[in-house]
Design a binder for this molecule. Structure first.
Ligand SMILES: Cc1cc2nc3c(=O)[nH]c(=O)nc-3n(C[C@H](O)[C@H](O)[C@H](O)COP(=O)(O)OP(=O)(O)OC[C@H]3O[C@@H](n4cnc5c(N)ncnc54)[C@H](O)[C@@H]3O)c2cc1C
Length: 402
C-alpha cells in the first residue's frame, strides 16, 4: 500500500497527507470518478437537489421506474447495496484499501413493533456477517429503529408510562440486550448511534448499562457523544468516573452531531435552553477537548473519531504519535460515511491507521430518506460539496496529466 505520511510543520511528527488524491481515489476507475464528479456537481446545486428529491420521492411512491436511475447514481455513491450480501462486495472492495466496513441498516421511521422486531433481526444478521470477518470490524444500530419514539421521549423525560408504553419499553430493552449479547458472543464491537437530545437520556442509560455488562475486558459496546451539545464534556467525564468506580471500559464514538437545526428550533419553540454550543468554534473546541480527554484515559476507553473534519482527524493522529501509541492500536478508530471524505479515509488507512466507513444499505425505496439527507448535506449551501468536488477535480487533472 502507498505510504501517505508527510512531515508535520514542527518536523517532529509525520502526519498523513489528506490532500493526496491519488491515494484517496485509487479505488475509483476513471468512469467512476467522472460519475462522482457529475453527482457532486448536481447535488451541489440546492434547487436541483430539492427538486430531484421531491420528484424521486413522488416517482417511487407512484411506482414509476426510477429505481434504476437512483441506484446507478446517488445510491451507488452513498450506499453499499440493497442487502447484506450486496454490501459484502462493497466491504471487500474497501478492505483492499485497508478500510473497514460498518454495515448500517438504513431503513428509517417504521415505528410498529413488528417492524422493530424485523430491524432487530436484521441487526443480528449484520453481527453474524461481521463475526470473524476482518473486513467488518464494527456493527451498529440506531435506537429509534428499535424503540418507539414517543416511549423514548417519555422515558427520557422521566414521565410515567401507560401500561402499553411500559410493555413497549420492556420489548425495546430486550431487543437492545439481545443485540449487545450477540455482539459480545461474536466479539464484534457494537456502536449505538445518538439522535435527538430529548430522546438521548434513555439511550444513554441503556448504553451505560450495556457497557457495564459487556465491557469488563475491553470496549465492546460503544455509545455516542454529540459534541455540539454543550453538556457533553461533563457527561464524558462522569461516564468515565462511573466506569472507573464500577470496573468497566467506556466505548465512545465522538461526533459533532447531525440535528442542529432541529435542536435549536425545538428549544426556541418550547422555551428551554438551546442544547447546542454557541457557535462552530465552541463546538470544535469541545470536540478537540473530548479527543484529548479520551487520549488521556485511553487505558479505560475505546474511541471512534467519527468525523469528516480534517483537523479533528489529524489532531488525534498527532496525539497518538506524541503518546507513542501505535497507529493501528485496536482502541482507536477513525470513521467516515461511505461516499464522503474519501481523502480522509483512504489516506489515513494507507498511513496505517484503523479506518472504518459506515456502509448504509437497504432497499432503494426505503433508504431514500437517508440519501436525501446526504444529498442535502452536500449542497453547496452546506459547504461540503466544494471540498469533495475540488478533490475529485484535482484527481481528474492529475490522471489526465499522468
Ligand atoms: C462515522 C460517523 C458516524 C456518525 N454518527 C452519528 C451519530 O450517531 N449521531 C449524530 O448525530 N451524527 C452522527 N454523525 C454525523 C456527525 O454528527 C456530523 O453531522 C457530521 O459528521 C459533520 O460533522 P464533522 O465533524 O464531520 O464536520 P464539520 O464540517 O467540522 O462540522 C459540521 C458540524 O459542526 C456542527 N456545527 C456546524 N455549524 C455550527 C454552528 N453554527 N453552531 C454549532 N455547531 C455547528 C454541526 O454538528 C455540524 O454537523 C456521524 C458521522 C460519522 C462520520
Amino acid at each position: 500500500m502507498q505510504q501517505a505520511d508527510v512531515k508535520s510543520p514542527s518536523g517532529k511528527t509525520t502526519l498523513p497527507d489528506l490532500g493526496n488524491t491519488a491515494t484517496a481515489f485509487a479505488h475509483k476507475s476513471n468512469k467512476e470518478l467522472w460519475q462522482a464528479y457529475w453527482l457532486f456537481r448536481i447535488i451541489g446545486t440546492p434547487w436541483l437537489t430539492n427538486l430531484g428529491s421531491t420528484l424521486t420521492k413522488a416517482a417511487l411512491a407512484l411506482h414509476l421506474p426510477v429505481k434504476g436511475i437512483v441506484k446507478a447514481t446517488v445510491f451507488k455513491q452513498f450506499c453499499g447495496g440493497e442487502n447484506i450480501q450486496e454490501s459484502l462486495v462493497t466491504a471487500h472492495k474497501l478492505a483492499q484499501s485497508g478500510v473497514g466496513t460498518i454495515l448500517d441498516f438504513s431503513v428509517e421511521g417504521e415505528g410498529d413493533q413488528a417492524a422493530m422486531d424485523g430491524t432487530a433481526a436484521e441487526i443480528l444478521r449484520t453481527i453474524a456477517a461481521a463475526k470473524g470477518n476482518p473486513d467488518i470490524p464494527f456493527s451498529v444500530f440506531k435506537p429509534s429503529g428499535l424503540v418507539r419514539h414517543d416511549v423514548l421521549e417519555k422515558v427520557s423525560a422521566g414521565a410515567a408510562l401507560t401500561p402499553d408504553e411500559a410493555t413497549a419499553w420492556q420489548q425495546a430493552r430486550s431487543r437492545v440486550e439481545r443485540i449487545c449479547q450477540a455482539a459480545f458472543e461474536a466479539q464484534v464491537p457494537l456502536l449505538i448511534d445518538a439522535e435527538e437530545s430529548w430522546t438521548q437520556p434513555a439511550v444513554d442509560v441503556l448504553a451505560t448499562e450495556m457497557m457495564e455488562r459487556f465491557n469488563k475486558e475491553r470496549a465492546l459496546v460503544y455509545s455516542t457523544v454529540q459534541m455540539y451539545r454543550h453538556d457533553r464534556l461533563e457527561f464524558l467525564r462522569k461516564e468515565l468516573e462511573l466506569a472507573a468506580a464500577k470496573g468497566f471500559h467506556v466505548g465512545m464514538k465522538l461526533v459533532r452531531g447531525a440535528y442542529m437545526e432541529m435542536e435549536r428550533e425545538r428549544a426556541a419553540e418550547k422555551g428551554y435552553r438551546d442544547p447546542i454550543g454557541a457557535n462552530k468554534a465552541a463546538v470544535d473546541a469541545d470536540y478537540n477537548a473530548a479527543l484529548r480527554f479520551c487520549m488521556e484515559h485511553i487505558g479505560r476507553m475505546g474511541v471512534l473519531n467519527g468525523t469528516h473534519n480534517e483537523e479533528s482527524t489529524l489532531l488525534l493522529a498527532r496525539m497518538m504519535q506524541d503518546a507513542g501509541i501505535a497507529k493501528n492500536d485496536p482502541r482507536i478508530h477513525f470513521g467516515q460515511l461511505l461516499g464522503m471524505s474519501d481523502n480522509i479515509s483512504f489516506n489515513m488507512a494507507a498511513a496505517g491507521y484503523n479506518v472504518v466507513k459506515y456502509v448504509p444499505y437497504g432497499p432503494v425505496r426505503k433508504v431514500l430518506p437517508y440519501l436525501i439527507r446526504r444529498a442535502q448535506e452536500n449542497t453547496s449551501a452546506r459547504g461540503q460539496t466544494g471540498r469533495e468536488l475540488s478533490l475529485i477535480i484535482a484527481e481528474r487533472k492529475r490522471r489526465a496529466k499522468a
